[in-house]
Design a protein around this ligand. Structure first.
Ligand SMILES: *Cc1c(COP(=O)(O)O)cnc(C)c1O
Length: 395
């Protein structure tokens, strides 16, 4: 038995996404920049994929730029807005403390180049207060970048309100919508979004492909210099099979948002209910304003990495909030941002579901986590100290 509950890290490709790709490797394999018919066929397919992406984002095809994924889209959006700001003598950027590293590290780089960066707090619930955005905007502000939904704790941000505040102040608003795209409704015009990043592998499309929406009129800066692809803004022969597959997966996900959201919310709430029965556990992030498939909890006296390894032995693939991938022992910047103390932040567990998960799997996950947490606590000297009163409970 293997239960995959790490869909915030990446998703399985759907059969539709795989089958959509194949003809564009076997038959329509041309380079869209070629003038001959094989190339022109690819150019038409590329245009159709661009139109499809635009349709489900509520924008124009010419406002879509294909990228290698969410990270590149985030980099390009931020650098474009920063360059535009610099030309106008505006070098202040507002973002939040719990963005993805594709955003945070790009901002760090800009800070070294003389930009002033304001990272807003996200509160205990993991939701940005639009008033804070309003208060932080000043004459020199050239960009506000706030993610649509957080990748660790799944909390959904008041994007539309923030977009309105930015529009009223004439500041560009970018949102990293990598976790939201295909899962939550998006309409960039109605939500006052100027720039938006998404990535195919978070909605059952292929890895290594994504898109950046940029409202027309905003000059886009190149991250990758090269040929005239993507209206001269992103050099490199277009990855047609992946782009076409992404467009098909995005359309499919958008058409199923209501259905999947209902199904996942039910499973999510059952997971939260079941896991909350474990003593000294706490949910991270707002209980309702979160992605339909996201559960993130901390268990006192538990070390995240041990929990994950033992869950894997029980057939459950999950993730920890802490930076285990980087090999560092620093707790997650997201959990610290919502005010979790270090020792608690180390014991976090993220379970992220997709429509391929079942209610039976949810019950098995609850049972496995309950068993593993009990087992690890029994072996833990920290837990013994807590039980025998030499240490006080934090949760
Ligand atoms: C996954 C993710 C990214 C990075 O996307 P890639 O396509 O893997 O580069 C960026 N932001 C968020 C919120 C993500 O979840």
């Amino acid at each position: 038995m293997q239960i995959y509950a790490d869909n915030a890290a990446t998703t399985k490709m759907s059969d539709l996404a795989i089958e959509t790709m194949l003809p564009f490797m076997k038959d329509t394999y041309g380079n869209p920049s070629s003038l001959h018919s094989v190339g022109q066929e690819a150019a038409e397919v590329l245009m159709a994929a661009r139109e499809k992406m635009a349709k489900y984002l509520g924008c124009e095809a010419r406002e879509i730029y294909f990228t290698s994924g969410g990270s590149e889209a985030d980099n390009q959006a931020i650098v474009s807005a920063a360059n535009r700001g610099e030309r106008k003598g505006k070098k202040h950027i507002i973002s939040t403390a719990f963005e993805h590293h594709a955003v945070l590290h790009t901002l760090k780089k800009l800070e070294k180049q003389g930009f002033e960066i304001t990272l807003l707090p996200v509160g205990e619930k993991g939701i940005v207060n639009p008033e804070d955005v309003k208060n932080a905007i000043k004459e020199e502000t050239c960009l506000v970048s706030v993610m649509y939904a957080n990748n660790e704790i799944g909390t959904i941000q008041p994007i539309e309100e923030i977009g309105k505040i930015c529009a009223d102040s004439g500041v560009i608003f970018h949102t990293d919508a990598v976790q939201a795209a295909g899962h939550l409704k998006i309409n960039v015009k109605e939500q006052n979004i100027d720039m938006l990043s998404l990535s195919a592998h978070k909605f059952h499309g292929p890895k290594g492909v994504g898109a950046l929406y940029v409202k027309s009129g905003i000059v886009v800066s190149n991250i990758i210099e090269g040929g005239a692809q993507e209206r001269g803004k992103r050099g490199g022969t277009e990855n047609i099979p992946a782009i076409v597959s992404m467009a098909a997966a995005f359309e499919d996900a958008c058409l199923k948002i209501d259905e999947n959201s209902k199904k996942l919310t039910k499973m999510r709430d059952r997971l939260i209910e079941g896991l909350s029965k474990i003593p000294h556990s706490i949910l991270n992030g707002d209980a309702k304003k979160r992605l339909p498939g996201n559960v993130n909890m901390c268990f006192e006296g538990i070390e995240g990495e041990s929990l994950l390894l033992m869950l894997d032995m029980h057939g459950v693939c999950a993730s920890s909030g802490s930076a285990c991938t980087s090999g560092s022992l620093d707790p997650s910047h997201v959990l610290l941002a919502i005010g979790r103390v270090h020792e608690i932040a180390h014991g976090s567990l993220r379970l992220s579901l997709s429509e391929y998960n079942t209610e039976e799997e949810v019950e098995l996950i609850i049972k496995a986590v309950d068993e593993v947490v009990g087992y690890l606590r029994n072996m833990s000297p920290v837990w013994r100290d807590l039980m025998e009163g030499r240490r006080t409970h934090v949760i």
